[in-house]
Design a protein. Structure first.
Length: 263
């Protein structure tokens, strides 16, 4: 946690889990100047886990350990990692997607004042539906395991409210950008052109080319799912019984209206 000031222009993606951050990661990684691999949790306040980070990044664990020993702080390690990963991918700019980044945008801005923060926002009712059926990833005995840990709908709803609040605190800062999942799916070129302007990068047609999947991910990262269709928008109408919808609305209602999800 030592003080560190970076001059790098990293791109940091966060948002409530199941808000479309993985879809956005895959799209962003198609840009010829930006590499955005699977979520590596480097900005989170926890000890680095070298073996899973090596599996995700393709950088040997021994090299990662040496990188940490040579770094003055966690933020310094992030810069060293970004430089190494950019060279690995032969692209000039690094982006990192971990949903929980949104809870640490303030810490990130203090240490990376030239970074660009992208907050993925999605209808909380759809987020609750998706989160309820999505397994958690755990590194166990040298491999990834996916396990579903059922939680109350109210827990998912409260997490969505807290996550969106954390990001929205930075509204008005020119380094912060809200990208709506629904816009990304329904109007990809319009939303991605605006995003590229924010990032200071030229728009690349590859971003909206559905036939351009980008480089394969390590098998350990599965499930990193395929295309997301517009049928995922408004799924709460099909999946949430009236009683459960009322529970969600009691928690999420004011935030839904604030974000423009008023129907």
């Amino acid at each position: 946690m030592r003080h560190y000031q970076s001059a790098e222009r990293h791109i940091v993606v966060g948002g409530s889990p199941r808000s479309g951050t993985t879809l956005f990661r895959r799209i962003l990684d198609r840009h010829p100047s930006i590499c955005c691999g699977p979520e590596m949790s480097l900005y989170l306040p926890a000890r680095f886990q070298f073996d899973p980070l090596a599996a995700l990044s393709g950088i040997p664990a021994a090299e990662l350990r040496a990188m940490v020993r040579a770094s003055p702080s966690q933020a310094g390690m992030i810069d060293s990692f970004a430089d190494r990963y950019r060279r690995e991918r032969d692209k000039p700019r690094w982006a990192e997607k971990t949903p929980r980044n949104v809870r640490h945008f303030g810490w990130i801005m203090e240490r990376f004042p030239d970074a660009r923060l992208v907050h993925m926002v999605r209808d909380g009712r759809d987020v609750v539906c998706s989160a309820a059926e999505h397994p958690d990833r755990r590194w166990v005995d040298g491999r990834w395991e996916w396990q579903l840990h059922p939680r109350q709908l109210e827990d998912h709803a409260r997490a969505w409210v807290a996550d969106t609040a954390a990001g929205m605190l930075l509204r008005g800062d020119p380094r912060y950008y809200e990208l709506r999942y629904e816009d990304l799916v329904q109007r990809p070129e319009v939303s991605l052109r605006a995003l590229c302007d924010f990032l200071g990068e030229p728009f690349a047609p590859e971003l909206v080319d559905a036939g351009q999947p980008g480089p394969p991910l390590p098998a350990e990262v599965a499930p990193d799912r395929g295309p997301v269709f517009t049928s995922s928008i408004g799924r709460w109408r099909r999946d949430l019984p009236v009683a459960e919808l009322q529970k969600v609305l009691r928690i999420c209602g004011p935030r839904l209206k604030e974000l423009g999800y008023g129907d």
